[in-house]
Design a protein around this ligand. Structure first.
Ligand SMILES: Cc1cc2nc3c(=O)[nH]c(=O)nc-3n(C[C@H](O)[C@H](O)[C@H](O)COP(=O)(O)OP(=O)(O)OC[C@H]3O[C@@H](n4cnc5c(N)ncnc54)[C@H](O)[C@@H]3O)c2cc1C
Ligand code: FES
Ligand code: FES
Length: 492
């Protein structure tokens, strides 16, 4: 057994480097061991962004497949082995003290850095947005708003980066002062060619093995042979467990690049979303056409996390406080589970069986999520958390209602954070269906909603607070959709 993993290379700042180190190393530790100490460890759990790096990602879900998108991710959560064959750029690769990158120059000019600990991470997240295709074109003629600069810079790009001493205004000033990339900018030019294709990988060291299968069949065979294998997609949950809980798996199977899990398709009956598309890719691919999910994405963690996190992973953890399960419950989603014996489709309402338990067998993985069409016209996602961005919910409520001529004809409500599993608020749905969409109906149904689930007291919220928030959520939905209520009043 050896700690040196030969034959496995990654391009870092244009230079090919081979892996060495324990197999459970994350990309941050590996880069720092290479002497690239710009990226820092602040938290090792995806919260601070001090470890942000850029990776060359392929076009997906609506992006041209033959183009590259520079994507910022948390290096502390990414297994180093997952970068085999990939292209990485760190803050050192963007510019040097004698030849600053435009982002570094803007941060220096606007006073965006004091102690500098967070700065390389901010630089990488900012550079990803600097190179975002269409940023400047979309900004033409728009003065910007509270979350976008006049140069089209989307401040959400920095939602996963924390700074403890500078204050955010100079950092925002730097972001909003960025020009378009110059015509001879090499990383801008790099976008016009395809990203590296995923490299099938099989690494073993210190009793551990990391495998990136070439396709779904290989992944399913491995899963059938080794039921203690850990499936890893974006690693935003798995990476935290490795770093903070010391979890080690004898076999890790990387499924994030499996082509069969990375398709987004519409047909007459459903939209099918590949389980290994990142949430950022799904957000771009759907482009607002599933309004409930469009409301979930900006509230889910940060851009850095969404650039890696997947729907499969959010369901795979079985967490009762995941953000997408309440929305998928309200959308009547079906999960496509694959194994060597074939595929089966399970309604998400039947998927969760207990705390972090599900009907998924150890030899199965989630290949895709199907959302039946047509979609309900009145939707909302209310996430109650201590912070607006980058926080886990205390309670999450997802609504999908159809209101015909002022009367609720269909209601589906998904809840998170009020039971051992995400649940449907079936009693409340029954209290709404067939009744006019009026303040009286909502008042009655809100009473029912307050009694749904079995909310508990914990460090995030008390059970009384959680119940109260459920009722307020329905009242808020009415306030957000007053036109439908007026139609109801005229009817009643
Ligand atoms: C800082 C931070 C903030 C976060 N904020 C939020 C938040 O706001 N809302 C929220 O809901 N979550 C949040 N999370 C949790 C996490 O980002 C999500 O659960 C995410 O969707 C996990 O996806 P992943 O691809 O990274 O999963 P991974 O970490 O790769 O895997 C997680 C689990 O799912 C399993 N799995 C992965 N893919 C599949 C598949 N296709 N089939 C079967 N099993 C699979 C894995 O085996 C593993 O057990 C946050 C995490 C961090 C670190
Ligand atoms: S070290 Fe804090 S997000 Fe990675
Ligand atoms: S400059 Fe000190 S933490 Fe940001």
């Amino acid at each position: 057994m050896t700690d040196t993993l030969t034959g496995c290379h990654v391009s870092v700042n244009g230079e090919s480097r081979s892996f060495s180190g324990p197999l459970h190393s994350n990309a941050l530790d590996w880069l720092r061991a290479q002497g690239l100490t710009g990226a820092k460890e602040g938290c090792a759990e995806g919260e601070c962004g001090a470890c942000s790096i850029l990776v060359a990602r392929p076009g997906a879900a609506g992006d041209p497949a033959d183009r590259t998108r520079w994507t910022a991710i948390n290096a502390c959560l990414t297994p180093a082995a997952a970068l085999a064959g990939q292209e990485v750029v760190t803050a050192e690769g963007l510019g040097s003290p004698d030849d600053l990158h435009p982002v570094q120059d803007a941060m220096a000019l606007r006073g965006g850095s004091q102690c500098g600990y967070c700065t390389p991470g901010f630089i990488c997240s900012m550079a990803a947005e600097f190179y975002r295709p269409g940023r400047c074109e979309a900004a033409e003629g728009h003065p910007g708003d509270e979350e976008h600069g006049p140069n089209g810079f989307d401040l959400h790009a920095l939602s996963g980066n924390l700074c403890r001493c500078t204050g955010y205004r100079p950092i925002r000033d730097a972001a909003y002062g960025l020009p378009a990339p110059a015509a001879d900018d090499p990383l801008a030019a790099r976008r016009a060619a395809a990203a590296p294709t995923p490299e099938p990988t099989d690494l073993a060291s210190g009793g551990a093995r990391f495998l990136r299968p070439a396709g779904l069949d290989d992944a399913l065979r491995l899963l059938a042979e080794e039921d203690s294998a850990a499936l890893v997609a974006g690693s935003t949950d798995w990476g935290v467990d490795v770093n903070l809980k010391g979890r080690r798996a004898p076999l890790v199977i990387a499924i994030d690049q499996l082509p069969e899990l990375r398709e987004l398709r519409w047909d007459a009956e459903a939209v099918e979303i590949g389980a290994a598309l990142t949430l950022s890719e799904v957000e771009r691919g759907l482009d607002g056409r599933v309004s409930l999910l469009a409301q979930v994405f900006p509230q889910f963690a940060s851009r850095l996390i969404r650039n890696a996190a997947t729907l499969g992973g959010n369901l795979g953890t079985g967490s009762p406080i995941g953000d997408t399960p309440p929305a998928l419950l309200a959308l009547d989603a079906r999960l496509v589970l694959s194994s060597q014996s074939g595929e089966r489709t399970v309604p998400v309402t039947e998927y969760f069986t207990g705390y972090r338990q599900s009907v998924r067998r150890p030899d199965e993985l989630i290949r895709a999520v199907r959302l039946p069409l047509p979609l309900a016209p009145v939707t909302a996602f209310h996430k109650i958390a201590k912070r607006r961005f980058d926080d886990i919910s205390s309670v999450a409520v997802a609504f999908a209602l159809t209101i015909d001529d002022g009367v609720v004809s269909r209601a589906a409500i998904g809840l998170g954070g009020v039971a051992a599993t995400p649940i449907r608020a079936t009693a409340t749905e029954q209290a709404l269906i067939g009744r006019p969409w009026t303040p009286e109906t909502v008042r009655d149904a809100a009473d029912v909603l307050r009694g749904e689930g079995t909310p508990m007291d914990d460090h995030r919220a008390s059970s009384r607070y959680r119940s109260a928030m459920l009722g307020r959520s329905l009242e808020k939905l009415l306030a957000e959709n007053p036109a439908a209520a007026h139609a109801g009043e005229e009817m009643s």
